[in-house]
Write a protein that binds this ligand. Structure first.
Ligand code: 3HC
Length: 311
């Protein structure tokens, strides 16, 4: 027979209600949530690097201010998500150690280089656009703290996507050289953006269980298709072509058909052999080491405060 607390857990999931930190939950539910939430947080933090490189080289004060705000938002998203992982009993220092040692993942998309300022616009348009497709359903995830973190993050992600698209619109109204930069960046980021949604459903070990527990509300392929359908008209409005000769509207399906994704490239990047994996992790490790004195000072200050209140 099912123990009463497991009954309560199952009924809560069935009713689309939220599991909260103090509720009983199957160990595997907790484990897969720590896995997904921690890797989501790592993605936000590593995601600061490609764009961070352009803050000092932004072409105007306005672009610099917008980019600075976006990169700071990503740091905040990481902190929300590490806090959500802590409600599941994870330890933030341990999660950082797992990221730096390669025992936990972060999104493959951030292992590609941001070569020109048009990349900053294309990252906002495509990468944050894909993140929105993936994150809006997560606002209805069955774990309360994760779903609530997503609501705030999605609002800020929409600003990220709009600023990127507006930047590209400006460049497309500029010189031929600027239009070529936008097309070149689109060519480089399109396929890696489709890979952000994860492997195909038939090759996704976590999807079935995450859907049953309503952690995930759609499968990888469903969200990928939603992103393609949403983005093709935006590319047309922008005046760029997407680098997929097989991309075409399929009236029977009511969706765009698109070409085959290079899953060998995806596996290479996820296993650490992408263009920038080494650079991203080295940068993160150095930032962690150089930040040790701040953590020690904060801990010493907190200990003094605690001692003072005990006096
Ligand atoms: N990059 C790296 N690893 C990936 C990946 C990707 N794009 N897609 C899948 N994987 C990994 C999975 O983590 C899993 O490995 P693990 O078991 O060691 O964790 C393995 O490949 C098999 O994939 P599954 O489909 O079985 O795994 P999931 O069910 O977890 O689905 C996911 C993958 C769709 C990324 C899901 O974890 C998810 O929705 N995560 C939350 C969203 C997220 O992490 N987004 C990152 C985008 S970047 C971002 O949001 C920053 C924004 O500001 C731009």
């Amino acid at each position: 027979t099912t123990p009463p607390e497991a009954e309560h857990f199952d009924r809560t999931i069935e009713r689309d209600q939220r599991i909260e930190p103090r509720d009983w939950m199957p160990e595997d539910y907790r484990r897969t949530l720590v896995r997904q939430v921690a890797q989501h947080a790592h993605s936000e933090i590593i995601g600061m690097q490609p764009e961070g490189n352009w803050i000092t080289r932004a072409p105007s004060l306005r672009r610099k201010a917008i980019l600075l705000a976006k990169v700071q938002d990503e740091a905040g998203h990481g902190l929300y998500l590490y806090s959500a992982a802590e409600t599941l009993g994870a330890d933030r220092a341990d999660l950082t150690a797992r990221l730096i040692s390669g025992r936990q993942k972060y999104s493959s998309i951030f292992n590609y280089p941001a070569l020109t300022f048009a990349d900053v616009g294309v990252i906002g348009w495509l990468v944050d656009g894909a993140a929105i497709c993936n994150q809006v359903p997560l606002c209805r995830s069955s774990y309360g703290p994760y779903a609530r973190a997503m609501i705030r993050i999605c609002k800020e992600e929409s600003f990220h996507q709009r600023q990127g698209y507006e930047l590209l619109m400006t460049m497309m109204r500029g010189t031929d050289a600027q239009r070529r930069m936008v097309q070149d960046a689109t060519n480089r980021w399109w396929w890696p953006s489709l890979m952000m949604f994860g492997p195909p459903d038939h090759d996704s070990p976590n999807t079935a269980r995450s859907m049953a527990w309503k952690i995930k509300r759609h499968t990888n392929d469903e969200l990928r298709q939603r992103f393609v359908d949403m983005t093709v008209p935006q590319a047309e409005a922008l005046g760029v072509t997407l680098p997929d000769p097989e991309l075409r509207w399929n009236p029977e399906r009511g969706h765009y058909d698109f070409g085959e994704i290079d899953w060998a490239e995806f596996k290479q990047v996820v296993s650490g052999n992408g263009p920038c994996n080494e650079q991203r992790i080295t940068h993160r490790r150095r930032a962690h080491e150089e930040g040790a004195w701040v953590r020690e000072a904060a801990a010493a200050h907190a200990a003094k405060q605690a001692a003072r209140t005990r006096e």
